[in-house]
Design a protein around this ligand. Structure first.
Ligand code: BG6
Length: 487
């Protein structure tokens, strides 16, 4: 088993424990058609979007009063980033945002998920907001709206102000949670006149375990299990405080919810017993974050498994954590657990994943299109939600530029076609998935992989900053135009 696969699996176990001249776009013969109703397609009004995050694309880390983030520090530690790069420059999106918004419009997307860099607004995490930071997001949002694109804002995509790490140990302290609530209130107050949908934290499951458990993401700590469980609890508390802050300080009607890399469970074989087992598994494998948010309690199995390492909490905290949300954002890339029914323990057994299981250009990114059917379907049932958004899905690819200057990423198209077909199958059955955000708009700084993994619909030459649409951009444009996966 490769290192990267085991990293992602490990995190999940811990979850229970807690160019050319003619642009490829021109190759697509799709003429933007009127969105079909659900006859062989997605429901009318389905939200098609793309996503990025601040540290991965903005660059300009020392400009206009932005403070340092834990990723600025972490990327400076030798050996932490595979190719030794960092987000200092990234996609220069801070300066090129207008050009990038034009790329989103070219796709026909009506929604764009981006994140606010907390240290751009509050260089030290708290205190008075930095007007220049706010100004950037005001300009970004206005430009999106001018282009007919709805801004979907994420409050936290991992770039914690370094000052909060230094002063409080970051998410180890509930001080950081409270300050996050204040930051969320500020964002809500200033931006929800135009931003109608807010995601709280991106992928608590990952940043907590990778950042504080095994040290491969910022801040790079390797803490004992009890502390990691407490930090996960703190992240859920931060989510709840942000939900409350958006309700209290945002415009009426602003919608808010998490964006979580749900531990994706699916029945190994579609039998009623296995489907029931997958349902139980989905709840239990996500007990440390999503389930406590949705149910307001930790499951018995979670507490038993954690034993003495279970998080310490109060009823009042559980109330905050489970503040009602308007939607569930699910980041789904790969199957985590194929399960069968079992009369042992909580009623399911995750099967071992064979070494020969196929994956995409990232070792961890196993190919399991049916996860976009099963996971939203089971999640809607367990948590009785009527609005699910796929807040991220996509794949890395080799993305070679051919001598004609083009990128024929037929592997990405294969991946997307199959995943979207399964998502369509879900919506045709009435599963309440309301939208989909493709990760990512363009190649960007991919955390520990640096610039070495490419997830974009647009290829980025990081020397020249030239963006070139890949063939998959044409594919996605066609999907959006026809509002259907089978294209
Ligand atoms: C998601 C993150 O986990 O996966 C994104 O929300 C990230 O920020 C994407 O870019 C790909 O992950 P990785 O680890 O391959 O860079």
């Amino acid at each position: 088993m490769s290192d990267k696969v085991s990293r992602r699996q490990f995190a999940k176990i811990a979850g229970l424990s807690a160019a050319g001249v003619a642009s490829p776009l021109e190759m697509a013969d799709a003429k933007p058609a009127a969105a079909a109703r659900n006859a062989g397609g997605f429901p009318a009004g389905f939200v098609w979007g793309t996503a990025t995050s601040s540290y991965q694309v903005e660059g300009a880390v020392n400009e206009d009063g932005r403070g340092a983030s834990i990723w600025d520090s972490f990327t400076r530690i030798p050996g932490k980033i595979e190719d030794g790069t960092n987000g200092d420059r990234a996609n220069e999106h801070y300066h090129r945002y207008k050009e990038d918004i034009a790329l989103i419009r070219e796709l026909g997307c009506k929604a764009y998920r981006f994140s606010v860099a907390w240290p751009r607004l509050f260089p030290d995490g708290d205190g008075k907001p930095n007007p220049k930071g706010l100004d950037f997001y005001n300009r970004l949002i206005d430009e999106l709206l001018k282009n007919g694109i709805e801004p979907w804002l994420t409050l936290y995509h991992w770039d914690l102000p370094q000052s909060l790490q230094d002063r409080f140990g970051g998410w180890r302290s509930t001080e950081t949670c409270k300050i996050f609530g204040d930051y969320a209130a500020c964002v809500a107050e200033h931006l929800t006149d135009r931003v109608k949908n807010v995601f709280t934290l991106n992928e608590s499951g990952r940043f907590v375990y990778f950042g504080y458990g095994i040290g491969i993401d910022a801040p790079g700590l390797t803490l004992p299990r009890a502390e990691v469980n407490q930090i996960r609890h703190n992240s859920a508390l931060a989510h709840g405080l942000a939900v409350q802050a958006v309700r209290a300080h945002g415009r009426r009607g602003t919608k808010v919810g998490p964006a979580e890399n749900i531990d994706a469970c699916a029945p190994a074989i579609d039998t009623p017993e296995n489907v029931r087992a997958a349902e139980i598994a989905l709840r239990e494998m996500n007990a440390g974050y999503l389930n406590v948010i949705m149910e307001g309690r930790y499951t018995d199995a979670f507490l038993k498994f954690a034993g003495r390492d279970a998080p310490k909490y109060t009823d009042a905290e559980l109330k905050i954590i489970s503040s009602p949300v308007d939607f569930l954002g699910l980041n789904i890339y790969a199957p985590q657990n194929y399960v069968v029914a079992s009369d042992q323990g909580p009623g399911f057994m995750p099967l071992p994943i064979p070494k020969s299981f196929p994956h995409m250009n990232s070792d961890w990114l196993r190919i399991g299109p049916e996860t976009l059917y099963w996971v939203p379907k089971l999640a809607a049932k367990i948590w009785k939600t009527d609005a699910i958004y796929i807040s991220e899905n996509g794949t890395s690819g080799e993305d070679q530029v051919t001598p004609d200057g083009k990128i024929y990423d037929t592997d990405r198209i294969m991946y997307l076609r199959n995943y979207l077909a399964q998502l369509q199958r879900a919506t045709e059955e009435g599963v309440p998935v309301r939208g989909y955000f493709l990760w990512s708009l363009m190649d960007n700084f991919e955390w520990v992989f640096g610039l070495g993994k490419r997830f974009g619909l647009y290829h980025v030459n990081f020397d020249t900053q030239v963006r070139t649409p890949k063939l998959s951009a044409s594919f996605y444009r066609n999907v959006i135009a026809k509002n259907a996966a089978g294209v």
